[in-house]
Design a protein around this ligand. Structure first.
Ligand SMILES: CCCCCCCC/C=C\CCCCCCCC(=O)OC[C@H](COP(=O)(O)O[C@@H]1[C@H](O)[C@H](OP(=O)(O)O)[C@@H](O)[C@H](O)[C@H]1O)OC(=O)CCCCCCC/C=C\CCCCCCCC
Ligand SMILES: Nc1ccn([C@@H]2O[C@H](COP(=O)(O)O)[C@@H](O)[C@H]2O)c(=O)n1
Ligand SMILES: [Mg+2]
Ligand SMILES: [Mg+2]
Length: 209
């Protein structure tokens, strides 16, 4: 379900993303520059706005710059220049951006004296990092781990919608979204670990694939 959403959302964005990617390439901008600039934009939105309680502005700025994550890969593919370093940079910058988003949310809730909300944000921070780590470790060991209900896009969407709703006055929306996200992130860690366990078992038994 999550995969279907991601694939169709990505397909829908292609018509917008490709012309922008072409224009940037013509202007001499490299995919790595877009990767880094997009992350800096997310940091500004999360730390400069979200952490200070400007939730609507924070969510909109983070959304705008998070979407550039679709642009760098497209630019790399268009220029025939997808690189190992680019893939490494993209994934590493994603972790920095995600940490800033959940760190900012935790900080904001701490300034409100909402200890439960801070706990939820910290669980999301840790569990989201684990979701990505388990995949990276599996891939490093030559396995695949492309599964899970709460991949990066879903995690950002859940916290973004929660932040936006609280920003327009629905007080508990952000904290409810964080507890929901904490639960689905932990579940996703379990899904990914189970997936890797099964692959390792099949490999030990000599089953191909
Ligand atoms: C206090 C302030 C709070 C502010 C919070 C705001 C949060 C932001 C709110 C919403 C943002 C939604 C935008 C989502 C854009 C996400 C873009 C994205 O991630 O695209 C990349 C993704 C493919 O990922 P990559 O291959 O580049 O990265 C992989 C990923 O990092 C993996 O992580 P993992 O899943 O494992 O944890 C790594 O493992 C892997 O190594 C790495 O390569 O793209 C897609 O797959 C599909 C793109 C879907 C496009 C989504 C479109 C969303 C449509 C509209 C967005 C606007 C909605 C507005 C909602 C309201 C928000 C305010
Ligand atoms: N600076 C970059 C960024 C990405 N890539 C390549 O694109 C893949 C990710 O594509 P997205 O559309 O999801 O961003 C990544 O794995 C790299 O192969 C790159 O080469 N340089
Ligand atoms: Mg990208
Ligand atoms: Mg990325």
């Amino acid at each position: 379900m999550a995969k279907i959403f991601q694939v169709s959302a990505r397909a829908g964005m292609t018509r917008v993303v490709e012309p922008v990617a072409r224009t940037l390439l013509r202007a001499g901008v490299t995919p790595n520059t877009v990767t880094v600039a997009g992350t800096v934009g997310v940091l500004v939105g999360a730390l400069g706005f979200g952490a200070r309680g400007h939730l609507v502005a924070g969510a909109l700025i983070v959304t705008l710059f998070a979407l550039t994550d679709l642009l760098d890969g497209t630019m790399a593919r268009m220029s025939g220049g997808s690189t190992k370093f680019g893939a490494f940079l993209d994934s590493s910058m994603d972790r920095i951006a995600d940490s800033a988003v959940f760190g900012a949310v935790a900080y904001h809730l701490a300034t409100q004296g909402d200890r439960g909300g801070v706990a939820a944000a910290l669980i999301c921070l840790a569990a989201g990092g684990l979701v990505s780590y388990v995949k990276a470790r599996a891939e490093g060991l030559g396995m695949t781990c492309n599964v899970g209900i709460a991949e990066r896009t879903e995690r950002l969407l859940i916290v973004g919608v929660g932040g936006l709703l609280t920003g327009v006055g629905i007080d508990r929306a952000l904290v409810v979204a964080l507890w929901l996200l904490a639960a689905v992130s932990i579940f996703t860690v379990g899904q990914r670990m189970t997936h890797v366990y099964r692959q390792a078992q099949r490999a030990r038994a000599g089953v191909p694939g």
